[in-house]
Design a protein around this ligand. Structure first.
Ligand code: PEP
Length: 250
């Protein structure tokens, strides 16, 4: 039985004071609600949010990390620093990191292995561009992103991995994949993980959908067999919009 997992990626939004106020309000609203929920603030906002969610079940994640533990990497943040703060989760391979900062599958894999070695849980983002989908390359792209991204990850370590399927053309555009299209892609990812690992690992794997998820479409997405959660961007920036997504089944 896979437990629903709803995550919010704040991207480069929310100052420490705004993030803390949001987190306090969300934690209060979620008292007694047993849903797995994560929020990913920008690095500098993380300490204030960690403080604000103390005593709640809300998981605080980083949106990225460096591929080294320390060293001469000006402007970067290492998983050891995040761990020291009390951050247990990290998003890796977001399409904005891939497209804007040129992150390759091999580079993302290096970070995946480092995060695992630091005992962190990972949200690994994959997904095709519109051009790739229209060229019939969906399966080829997902196969590469999943198999290279998870290269060297053991079956035991897979319990620390969540995959977020985020079609690039649906991110921040208001266009959502139909629940059926998303479910097909999720089923494909699950079959891929079964080939790479075992049926058991594939059945346990949480696969989130991301791409213009909002209160009005979360229920139909979550009703699909292979959709176990959501990674939410824009609609995670206000409690008013995010709360009904988190409590979609209440
Ligand atoms: C995202 O950035 O991961 C995302 C899914 O964004 P949005 O919900 O705004 O499409």
């Amino acid at each position: 039985m896979r437990k629903p997992y709803i995550a919010g990626n704040w991207k480069m939004n929310m100052t420490p004071s705004a993030g803390a106020a949001f987190a306090k309000e969300l934690a209060k609203a979620l008292e007694g609600v047993d849903t797995k929920v994560m929020i990913a603030p920008p690095f500098v906002t993380i300490p204030a949010v960690l403080e604000a969610v103390k005593g709640s079940n809300i998981i605080v994640a980083a949106q990225n990390m460096n591929d080294h533990l320390s060293g001469a990497y000006t402007g970067e943040v290492s998983p050891a620093m995040l761990k020291d703060l009390g951050v247990t989760n990290v998003i890796l391979g977001h399409s904005e990191r891939r497209a804007i900062y040129g992150e390759t599958d091999e580079f993302i894999n290096k970070k995946v292995l480092l995060a695992l070695s630091e005992s962190m849980d990972i949200d690994l983002c994959v997904g095709e561009t519109l051009e790739e989908r229209e060229a019939g390359k969906l399966e080829e792209v997902l196969t590469r992103q999943v198999s290279v991204g998870l290269s060297g990850v053991s079956a035991e370590q897979m319990s620390h991995i969540t995959i977020a399927y985020e079609p690039v053309w649906a991110i921040g555009t208001g266009k959502t994949a139909t629940p059926e299209d998303a479910d097909d892609a999720h089923a494909f990812i699950r079959s891929l993980v079964e080939k790479l690992y075992t049926k058991g690992v594939a059945e346990e794997l949480i696969i989130q959908y991301g791409g213009s998820v909002k209160a009005s479409n979360v229920k139909s997405l979550m009703s699909k067999k292979h959709i176990d959660g959501a990674l939410v961007g824009g609609a995670s920036l206000s409690v008013e919009q995010f709360l009904p997504i988190v409590t979609f089944d209440k």
